[in-house]
Design a protein around this ligand. Structure first.
Ligand code: UTP
Length: 288
C-alpha cells in the first residue's frame, strides 16, 4: 500500500536548546536560511507524501505562518523585481497539503502521535520527527516507505550510536534481514543499564507505522519520564509481528541539541550555493 500521509510532531518544549526555544519553536531554528521544519516537509514531499499533519502547541504559530502565503511580502518582492525570491516564497506554501492539530499538553511523543488518529484514519503513515533534519540523495522517508511497501510491517529508521547516547535514545533487538534492513523483535526506551541494552542500534527520527499503533497507544501506560512513549507502543508491534529497521543513508542533524544545530549550520553552510565558498574561506581564516 502506498504511503500518502505523514505526521510531523513539533509540539515539544525543546528544553535542551533553551533559551533559543523559549519563544521560538526549535523546529523553526534556521539552518543558514531555511527553518529546520522546511527541510523535513521537503523530504516528505520528495518521498511522495501528499498530506501532512504537523502537531503543534502553544507558541508555535510561526510554523503555520511559514507554510502559508504571505500576500504583503509577495507583493513587495514582485514590485521590487525579485521574481526568484517571490517564486521561492510561493513554492513553500505549495510543497504539500498541510494541516495542523494542537497537542494540548506536552505528554510525550506517543501522546503527540495519538493526536493524529483522525487525520490518519485506517492507512499506514510516515512519522518525521520535527527536530531531526536528515540530508541525503535518497530521502530517508522514501527509503522507509519502500521498506513498508516491501514487507507490510512497521518500519523504523535506525543508526548505531555510542554507549553514552543509547541511554538517552532507544535500543533495538535485531537480526540482519538483507542489505541495510534488519528484523526487529523487541526494543527498549532509554535503557538505564548496559544489561537492559539490546544493541547500539537506535531509532533516529523517522518511522512508518500501521494504523494499529493508535489502539496500542490508547491502552499502554505512561512510561519513562512520565511521558506516553512511542517506543513502548512500537515494542508491542515488534514483539507481535516484528518491525523492519532500515539503517538509512543520509546525514542526520539533531536540531533539538546545541551541538546538532552547530553541525547542521557548518556542514550545510559549507555546501550552500550562495555563501558556501565565502564561509569556507572564513573558517580557514580562523586557523583553529
Ligand atoms: P524530543 O523529545 O526530542 O522533544 O521529541 P522535546 O520534548 O522538545 O525535547 P527536550 O528534551 O525538551 O529538549 C522529538 C520530537 O517530538 C516532538 C518534539 O517537538 C520533537 O520534534 N514532541 C515531543 C511532541 O510533539 N510532543 C511531545 O509531547 C514531545
Amino acid at each position: 500500500m502506498k504511503i500518502r500521509k505523514a505526521v510531523i510532531p513539533a509540539a515539544g518544549l525543546g528544553t535542551r536548546v533553551l533559551p533559543a526555544s523559549k519563544a521560538m519553536p526549535k523546529e523553526m531554528l534556521p539552518i543558514v536560511d531555511k527553518p529546520a521544519i522546511q527541510y523535513i516537509v521537503e523530504e516528505a514531499a520528495k518521498s511522495g507524501i501528499e498530506e501532512i499533519l504537523i502537531i503543534t502547541s502553544r507558541g508555535k504559530t510561526t510554523v503555520e505562518d511559514h507554510f502559508d502565503r504571505s500576500p504583503e511580502l509577495e507583493e513587495r518582492l514582485l514590485k521590487s523585481g525579485k521574481q526568484d525570491v517571490y517564486d521561492q516564497m510561493v513554492s513553500i506554501s505549495s510543497l504539500a497539503n498541510i494541516c495542523y492539530v494542537r497537542q494540548k499538553e506536552t505528554k510525550g511523543l506517543g501522546h503527540a502521535i495519538l493526536c493524529a488518529k483522525s487525520f490518519v484514519g485506517s492507512e499506514p503513515f510516515a512519522v518525521l520527527y520535527g527536530d531531526d533534519v536528515i540530508i541525503g540523495e535518497n530521502p530517508v522517508c522514501k527509503q522507509l516507505c519502500e521498506a513498508y511497501e516491501e514487507h507490510g510491517l512497521g518500519v523504523v529508521g535506525i543508526k548505531e550510536v555510542t554507549p553514552e547516547q543509547i541511554k538517552k535514545y532507544s535500543s533495538m533487538k535485531l537480526s540482519p534481514l538483507s542489505g541495510r534492513q534488519f528484523m526487529i523483535t523487541d526494543m527498549v526506551e532509554k535503557p538505564a543499564t548496559m544489561e537492559e541494552t539490546f544493541s547500539l542500534y537506535s531509532i533516529l527520527g523517522r518511522c512508518v507505522l500501521p494504523p494499529e499503533i493508535f489502539g496500542i497507544l490508547e491502552r499502554i501506560p505512561y512510561g519513562v519520564g512520565g511521558e506516553l512513549q512511542l517506543t513502548d507502543a512500537m515494542k508491542e508491534l515488534a514483539r507481535d509481528k516484528g518491525m523492519v529497521g532500515v539503517d538509512f543513508e543520509g546525514r542526520r542533524y539533531d536540531m533539538g541539541s546545541k551541538l546538532g544545530i552547530l553541525e547542521a549550520i557548518v556542514e550545510i553552510g559549507l555546501g550552500h550555493p550562495e555563501v558556501g565558498e565565502a564561509f569556507r574561506a572564513y573558517l580557514k581564516g580562523l586557523s583553529l
